[in-house]
Design a protein around this ligand. Structure first.
Ligand SMILES: Nc1nc2c(ncn2[C@@H]2O[C@H](COP(=O)(O)OP(=O)(O)O)[C@@H](O)[C@H]2O)c(=O)[nH]1
Ligand SMILES: [Mg+2]
Length: 315
């Protein structure tokens, strides 16, 4: 299980890893030229300028103090892992067990709300979560509460069929006006309780006319599901597009203002050389990255592990 986790994250990091190719070849001298190059590569991999500078300063200092000699790479990995550790984080738990980083309801359905801007990989990530938990024997219900785009509802419907799980969507309105997302979420929760579903995953709109509208909408969904199911939503996951690197960070900040998130799914890690953004996201938002997307298919989702990430970055 853990071996698989490491190898999948490693594969997902293939493009980012290329940035560092040849950096740590045997016998390479650690001089100012090397340190400059290291800093440039870290920035290229989008770990963020501050983080890159801090890391390189640490390496420089460590050399000066003779804390490190031959094993520069091991030293760097250790520093990176430390940078990525968060307080109250489930990381250690994830690394030592097969536990999913989801706050499951002690009884009754667990509700996971999924947010993120259009195109970030929301619907695909929801499908991957559904597939993952269905394979673990859970009864999964999808809720199509991104009602503003007909395409979004259809896309989720196609995934539901492919994976073989149920979906709740709004009844077709005669006027063709979009259904109220909160009422779809309400219906979903009602069905989940009545039919004994284990997991409810709610797709939400990525964009409304204004930030305020979006905030109101997401708040309303939150309120409605909280009334139907105790403690819901148990998770609010923000999907970010890894290919946008530091922009994902900006996006996350903006979203975090709108809705309280409990964690991040970083989609499309496989498609980017900017995978270092994970480090910046964790450091600057203090939000745990819970899963990473490593492809377009249903099985292409892996639990995030800082260990696997750092190893995969350089191996
Ligand atoms: N390579 C890759 N593509 C992804 C991943 N996740 C999503 N995508 C693609 O990104 C595009 C947008 O995804 P979608 O789920 O529709 O985004 P949404 O608008 O946020 O719901 C689609 O073409 C997906 O196939 C991933 O982890 N890796
Ligand atoms: Mg979508």
């Amino acid at each position: 299980m853990l071996k698989k986790l490491f190898s999948r994250i490693r594969d997902g990091l293939a493009k980012t890893r290329k940035v560092f190719a040849g950096m740590f070849r045997f016998g390479r001298r650690v001089d100012e030229e090397f340190l400059q190059e290291l800093e440039a590569k870290l920035i290229q991999a989008d770990v963020g300028v501050h983080t890159a500078m801090a890391l390189v300063d640490r390496v420089r200092e460590a050399y000066r103090n003779r804390e490190v000699d031959e094993n520069l790479l091991e030293f760097l990995k250790k520093e990176l892992k430390q940078l990525m550790a968060l307080e109250n984080d489930s990381i250690a738990a994830v690394e030592e067990s097969d536990a999913e980083p989801i706050n499951f309801a002690p009884s009754g359905p667990t509700v996971v709300m999924v947010t993120g801007v259009n195109g970030s990989g929301k619907t695909t990530s929801i499908a991957k979560l559904a597939y993952r938990f269905k394979n673990q024997g859970k009864k999964v219900l999808l809720v199509a509460a991104d009602t503003f785009r007909a395409g979004a509802v259809n896309q989720l419907g196609i995934w539901a069929e492919r994976i073989g799980c149920d979906i709740v969507r709004a009844p077709q309105s005669a006027a063709g006006s979009p259904a109220d997302p909160a009422s779809v979420a309400h219906d979903g929760c009602e069905k989940a309780v009545a039919r004994g579903y284990d997991l409810v995953i709610i797709d939400t709109a990525g964009r409304l006319h204004t930030q305020q509208n979006l905030m109101r909408e997401l708040e309303k969904i939150r309120r409605v599901v909280g009334k139907k199911i105790e403690g819901a939503p148990h998770e609010v996951l923000l999907v970010l597009d890894a290919t946008t690197g530091q922009n994902a960070l900006q996006q996350a900040r903006k979203f975090a203002e709108v809705v309280q998130c409990t964690g991040i799914i970083l989609a499309k890690l496989d498609g980017t050389a900017k995978g270092g953004a994970v480090i910046a996201i964790r450091r600057e938002l203090g939000l745990p990255v819970k899963y990473v997307g490593v492809g377009e298919k249903a099985p292409d989702l892996e639990r995030f592990s800082a260990d696997a990430f750092v190893e995969g970055l350089f191996q």
